[in-house]
Ligand binder design. Structure first.
Ligand SMILES: *Cc1c(COP(=O)(O)O)cnc(C)c1O
Length: 425
C-alpha cells in the first residue's frame, strides 16, 4: 500500500471519512487523497515526495503561494510575542482600518476566525437590524455551514426552503428562500410575494462554489436596487472573491456598494481569519454597542492578523492583479486551445486569480447548467493531471485558483500536460 493510502486508512479510523472537511476526501473524483508534507510558492509535496503544481491554493487563501517568506516571518515574529491575549491588540486596528480603506463600502469591520462565522454573524446582524426573519440566498452559492444556509429550494420556486443537511431543523430552513442565481425576475417576485418580510439577500457576487459562474451585471444591479427599495440588507459574501478578483474585490469590479460584506480566505493569508463589515449604522447594532450578540475567543488572533496584514501589504504592489489575472487568463486560453485541437467539449474562464474549467461547450450561467456538465470527463481529467503533477480541485463543481507564485512556465507546463490528456480524450 502506498504511504498516502495507508495514511488515509489510518485517518479513517480516527477522523470521520479521514478528513476534517468533506471535499478533501476525493469522494467526487474517487481515489486516494494526497497527504501533504510541505509547500513553497506554486508547488507542494505529498508525503511520498511527489511534487504538484497547486491550482487549489488551500481553496483560495494562498494568493501568494505556499509559505511566502514575508508572511511566514510576520507569523513567526507575532508568535514570539505571544499566541493570543483575549484582549485588544494594535494590529487588529491596523487590519480593520486597512480593510475599510481598500473596500470603501466598509465603514467598520469585525474580525472572526472563519468564513462561516462571518456570514452567520452578518445574517444575524441583518435580521437584528431589520427585525425581520426571512433570508434570500441563491441556488449553488455557498456561504459556510451555519443552519440558515444549509437549505435547498422548496418544491416551488417561491416556496420556503428545506434543509439540505441532516440536523438542520425544518423550522429554521423555512426562514430561507432559495432562488436561482442570475435571475432578477425571481428576486423581483420574491419581494412582491413577501413585502416587508425579507431581512437580507446574501449573494456571492461572483459564484465560486458551483464551479465558477459569472454574475450577469443586471442580476447584481437588481440585488442592489430591490433590497434598497424594500428595506432589506444586501450582503455580498466575498469570502472567496475578496482580494482574489481584484484589490477592490468583486464589489469594486462591478461598481456595486453592498450594505454588509464578508471576507475570509485571502485576508488571512492561510491562517484562520475572516471578517464582516459594512455600514456603520448597521455595524453599531453589534454587541457591545447594540443588541445583536457576536463574540469569539480567538477573534483577531495575533498570528492570523499578522499573516493577513503581510498578505494584504503584498497584494497592493503595483501590477499585482494585472499579472495574476494574466496568468489565470493564459491558463484558460491554453486549456481551451488544447481541447479545441482535439475536439473535446470543454470551456474555461477566469476573473482575477480564480478560474472555472467546464466539460461543456460554453461556460454555464446557473446551477442547473453547471450540473449538466460532464462530471465523468472532469474526473478523468483530474486524475490524468494529478498523475502528471498538476493538482486541481477534486470536484467538477469547484473553482480553481492561481497564485502570484505561478510563473508563465508553470502555466505552460500545465497546458502541455492537458494537451496530452485531450489528445487521448
Ligand atoms: C469558503 C467560503 C465560505 C466559508 O468559509 P469557511 O472559512 O470555510 O468557513 C463562505 N462563503 C464563501 C463564498 C466561501 O467561498
Amino acid at each position: 500500500m502506498s504511504l498516502n493510502a495507508s495514511l488515509f486508512a489510518k485517518a479513517q479510523r480516527f477522523i470521520p471519512g479521514g478528513v476534517n472537511s468533506p471535499v478533501r476526501a476525493f469522494r467526487s473524483v474517487g481515489g486516494v487523497p494526497r497527504f501533504f508534507a510541505k509547500g513553497t510558492g506554486a508547488r507542494f509535496q505529498d508525503v511520498e515526495g511527489r511534487e504538484y503544481l497547486d491550482y487549489v491554493g488551500s481553496w483560495g487563501p494562498l494568493i501568494l503561494g505556499h509559505a511566502h517568506p514575508e508572511v511566514v516571518a510576520a507569523v513567526q515574529e507575532a508568535a514570539e510575542r505571544g499566541l493570543s491575549f483575549g484582549a485588544p491588540t494594535e494590529a487588529e486596528i491596523e487590519l480593520a482600518e486597512l480593510l475599510c480603506r481598500l473596500v470603501p463600502s466598509l465603514e467598520m469591520a469585525r474580525l472572526v476566525s472563519s468564513g462561516t462565522e462571518a456570514t452567520m454573524s452578518a445574517i444575524r446582524l441583518a435580521r437584528g437590524y431589520s427585525g425581520r426573519d426571512l433570508l434570500v440566498k441563491f441556488e449553488g452559492c455557498y456561504h459556510g455551514h451555519s443552519d440558515s444556509l444549509l437549505v435547498k429550494a422548496g418544491s416551488g420556486l417561491l416556496t420556503f426552503g428545506n434543509p439540505s443537511s441532516g440536523g438542520v431543523p425544518a423550522d429554521i430552513a423555512r426562514h430561507t428562500l432559495v432562488l436561482p442565481y442570475n435571475d432578477p425576475e425571481a428576486l423581483t417576485d420574491a419581494f412582491a410575494r413577501h413585502p416587508d418580510a425579507i431581512a437580507a439577500v446574501i449573494v456571492e457576487p461572483v459564484a465560486g462554489n458551483m464551479n465558477l459562474i459569472m454574475p450577469r451585471p443586471e442580476f447584481l444591479a437588481a440585488c442592489r436596487e430591490l433590497t434598497a427599495r424594500h428595506g432589506a440588507t444586501l450582503i455580498f459574501d466575498e469570502v472567496m472573491t475578496g482580494f482574489r478578483v481584484g484589490l477592490g474585490s468583486a464589489q469594486g469590479l462591478y461598481g456595486i456598494t453592498p450594505d454588509l460584506s464578508t471576507f475570509g480566505k485571502v485576508i488571512g493569508g492561510g491562517m484562520p481569519l475572516a471578517a464582516f463589515g459594512g455600514k456603520r449604522e448597521i455595524m453599531e447594532k453589534i454587541s457591545p454597542l447594540g443588541p445583536v450578540y457576536q463574540a469569539g475567543t480567538l477573534s483577531g488572533n495575533p498570528l492570523a492578523v499578522a499573516a493577513g496584514l503581510a498578505t494584504l501589504r503584498l497584494v497592493q504592489a503595483d501590477g499585482f492583479y494585472e499579472t495574476l489575472s494574466a496568468r489565470a487568463r493564459r491558463l484558460c486560453e491554453g486549456l481551451c486551445q488544447a481541447a479545441e485541437k482535439h475536439n473535446a467539449p470543454f470551456s474555461a474562464q477566469s476573473i482575477g486569480g480564480m478560474f472555472g474549467l467546464y466539460f461543456a461547450p460554453t461556460p454555464p450561467a446557473s446551477f442547473a447548467e453547471v450540473m449538466a456538465s460532464d462530471a465523468a470527463a472532469f474526473n478523468r481529467f483530474f486524475h490524468a493531471m494529478l498523475e502528471a503533477g498538476h493538482y486541481f480541485a477534486p470536484s467538477a463543481f469547484e473553482a480553481g485558483f492561481v497564485s502570484a507564485a505561478h510563473s508563465e512556465a508553470d502555466i505552460n507546463a500545465t497546458i502541455e500536460a492537458a494537451e496530452q490528456f485531450f489528445a487521448a480524450f
